[in-house]
Design a protein around this ligand. Structure first.
Ligand SMILES: Cc1cc2nc3c(=O)[nH]c(=O)nc-3n(C[C@H](O)[C@H](O)[C@H](O)COP(=O)(O)OP(=O)(O)OC[C@H]3O[C@@H](n4cnc5c(N)ncnc54)[C@H](O)[C@@H]3O)c2cc1C
Length: 417
């Protein structure tokens, strides 16, 4: 079949790879000049399958209100005349109840753990250098009260299949010796030994090369503008370089998916949630962490990518704005310098922003669209790198008319109707 994949981020490229493996004739379209140049470029690097948890959770409103007006807060919500943001926010808050949280966490874990399996299966077939580390992820807690309160949460997450260990301060240092030099006091940590980290951009770029070997045609600098629809079937995609026909179309435009889907009569609540990352060269190997970390207090993730550290975080709701607010980027860097003094070379820091395609319940949108030949693979929010390989296999199975390995209940667009 002729399959046209819209978008060459990690989601589009992994989809193209699985589709090409199934023997389809695949074309990938992207407005940029190469693969993974938008949100998949410099993310936090965590392959955090065991952290499949939505942001919408009990207490989130209180936390967000406490951060209002603070320029260095992990979450910044800019009040603007934007009906899409208001409607998204209402949906987000309606997902923050205890029962909804657990329902959404179970759905996210289902696709995240499946993706982990599929990533390993891919890596057994392809040799890809992406600074892959399988040393787990350690979630550090500063506040002892907050840490104690999270213990019940750990028990419940374990019941859903997320493997987690509770560690005291010494246990954390045993896992990550560089923490012994930290100037930040922390009470303990929650360790997910089966989580991993790696460079999403390097992985996507090399997987795209494998795609080319399988005759995938990448059309770069080509912007998708709309579709030619005949009844309930899409005939072709309209681009600024002409029409491209196909038998099946895969929507993988990340944060830009909703606009294009609206022209196909499908309103999806995916909102761009801006984040920042800082990439800094490691100065002193013994002082810099190798285990991927999450700082619960700062809401930051830290991954070791070869001889660099990547630190990512911040959540800003301000439409499609990607401008670099250097003061906020500096907050990310300063938190790292406190956690790991003298570990990195701050003078050579590279700053970046990206837009997470976030759904109100945290789970991606997979499955068929409203038209029979549109397959959705979008809305991966905070965990697109983690969920990519499983989402790609689900997409390829649907294109082939096969039942996916995992149940798609709660992962399709119908949940928003
Ligand atoms: C600060 C930050 C930290 C993160 N950390 C992690 C992490 O540690 N672990 C994790 O799992 N996830 C993380 N994420 C999330 C992850 O990066 C995203 O979920 C993922 O990159 C989304 O991939 P995507 O392919 O859907 O979107 P994108 O990578 O944005 O790809 C979409 C593509 O569509 C193209 N496009 C858009 N509109 C058009 C158009 N009209 N025509 C043609 N092409 C178009 C774009 O050019 C782009 O290439 C993080 C994100 C951020 C911002």
């Amino acid at each position: 079949m002729r399959v046209v994949v819209l978008g060459a981020g990690v989601i589009g490229v992994t989809s193209a790879y699985e589709l090409a493996r199934d023997g389809h004739q695949v074309t990938v379209i992207d407005k940029r000049e190469g693969v993974a140049l938008e949100t998949s470029l410099a993310n936090g690097g965590q392959l955090s399958a065991h952290h499949g948890e939505p942001l919408a959770q009990p207490g989130v409103l209180k936390l967000a209100l406490g951060w209002l007006g603070k320029h260095d807060a992990p979450l910044l919500y800019r009040l603007r005349l934007d009906p899409a943001l208001w409607s998204w926010t209402l949906k987000f808050l309606s997902n923050a109840s205890e029962p909804k949280f657990w329902e959404n966490a179970a759905r996210m874990l289902r696709i995240a753990l499946y993706s982990r399996e599929r990533l390993h299966e891919t890596l057994a077939r392809e040799t890809i250098a992406f600074d892959h580390l399988k040393t787990g992820i350690l979630n550090l807690h500063r506040d002892p009260r907050d840490f104690d309160m999270s213990l019940e949460h750990v028990r419940a997450m374990k019941e859903l299949g997320s493997e987690r260990r509770i560690l005291d301060r010494k246990g954390c240092i045993d896992i990550e010796p560089a923490l012994a030099h930290s100037t930040v006091l922390f009470a303990g940590g929650i360790y997910t030994p089966n989580d991993e980290s790696g460079d999403c951009h390097a992985f996507t770029k090399q997987l795209a090369e494998r795609c080319v070997k399988r005759n995938v045609d990448f059309k770069f600098k080509t912007a998708v503008k709309g579709f030619d629809v005949d009844g309930w079937k899409i005939k072709s995609v309209i681009t600024d370089r002409g029409r491209i026909e196909g038998d099946v179309f895969v929507m993988a435009l990340g944060s830009y998916s909703p606009q294009l889907l609206e022209s196909l009569d499908l309103k999806l609540p995916i909102y761009p949630a801006k984040g920042y990352s800082v990439t800094v060269p490691v100065l002193n190997d013994a002082m810099a962490p190798r285990t991927s970390l999450t700082s619960h207090a700062h809401k930051l993730v830290i991954s070791r990518l070869g001889n660099k550290l990547r630190i990512a975080g911040m959540l800003e709701f301000n439409g499609y704005d990607t401008h670099m607010d250097t003061a906020r980027a500096r907050v990310v860097l300063d938190a790292t310098l406190k956690l790991f003094p003298r570990a990195v070379e701050p003078g050579h820091a590279e700053f970046w922003t990206g837009l997470r395609p976030l759904t109100p319940d945290g789970a991606p949108v997979l499955g068929r669209g409203k038209q029979e030949n549109m397959v959705l693979n979008t809305g991966h929010g905070m965990l697109g790198w983690t969920m990519a390989m499983g989402s790609a296999r689900v997409t390829a199975d649907l294109v082939a008319g096969r039942a996916p390995d995992i149940d798609l209940d709660g992962l399709t667009w119908e949940r928003f109707t």
